[in-house]
Design a protein. Structure first.
Length: 284
């Protein structure tokens, strides 16, 4: 059953050095506040897993938290490269980063296989492309019924999953609405999970047709962190901070400006710094 904790307690409970961790969220509900707490706690040798690593993974890589990245596209959406990611791959700064690249379809299927406690995912894909030549984890199997050759990838079973959601009720159930990615599958596939939320409520009330509810028994810990997805957005709470994504390109381009930003905005601050972004509810 989910336990209500502070953000720092939650990170300590689910994540330790050398773990694999999936911090998921597709454009929406990206767990930035939780990622900052990982940096503050100085976690090291992490295997980071994410379908679309963007700014928060750039920050985790640039601060030396990661030794491997399993992903399917990485960049600053609509802007360009992730400069700290690129520096780690090209120049081993702050240290060498191992990468394992997949397609979106492969990652989504691998999460589903992990959630179902299966050893691998099987799907139609990787036909006529070069990625299997550089990723030995991409293999194939022949269907015993039709003879069709299908692609396979190992199931994703992270040690920890960390996501941001809209609400939790007082029994520890969690609600996501709006654009949802693979947050549900990541939590179900993981050994332990931490969910940060905008609100803790008595009842979820009316909900949208695409609402996802994670039951309390599937979640390890819940932390109340208003604004915890900023600069990404939280449906009905605050908009995406597009200006920040543009500004990040300049901040992260040079090591010195990146480290100065991390000191001022992560190391010298706590999760309460995110709350000011959640003071006004608005449609997104």
């Amino acid at each position: 059953m989910a336990e209500f904790v502070s953000l720092s307690q939650g990170i300590e409970a689910v994540l330790s050095d050398g773990c694999s961790v999936a911090m998921e969220g597709f454009t929406h509900l990206i767990p930035h506040a939780a990622g900052h707490e990982v940096i503050r706690q100085g976690k090291r040798r992490l295997t980071l897993i994410r379908m679309t690593p963007d700014l928060i993974y750039d920050q985790l890589i640039g601060t030396g938290c990661a030794e491997k990245l399993i992903f399917s596209w990485g960049g600053n959406p609509g802007v360009g490269s992730l400069h700290r990611f690129r520096d780690a791959v090209e120049n081993a700064w702050p240290h060498r980063l191992e990468i394992e690249e997949h397609s979106h379809a492969a990652m989504a299927n691998a999460y589903e296989a992990g959630a179902a406690n299966l050893p691998f995912a099987v799907f139609r894909g990787y036909k006529g492309v070069d990625l299997p030549s550089v990723n030995p984890q991409i293999r194939s199997v022949t269907c015993p019924y039709t003879g069709e050759v299908l692609a396979t990838v190992p199931a994703i079973r992270p040690d920890a999953a960390i996501i941001h959601a809209l609400k939790a009720d007082r029994e520890g159930n969690v609600l996501l609405e709006g654009i949802v990615g693979v947050q549900k599958e990541a939590v179900l596939a993981a050994k332990r999970s931490l969910v940060t939320v905008e609100e803790i409520v008595d009842d979820f009330g009316p909900r949208n047709a695409n609402a996802v509810i994670l039951p309390s028994w599937a979640v390890t810990a819940i932390a109340h962190v208003p604004g915890g997805a900023y600069p990404s957005y939280a449906h009905g709470y605050y908009k995406r901070a597009n200006d920040f994504y543009i500004a990040w390109d300049k901040i992260a381009r040079e090591r010195e400006t990146f480290l100065a930003w991390i000191k001022d905005n992560v190391l010298d601050k706590g999760p309460d710094a995110f709350a000011r972004h959640a003071t006004r509810k608005e449609a997104t």
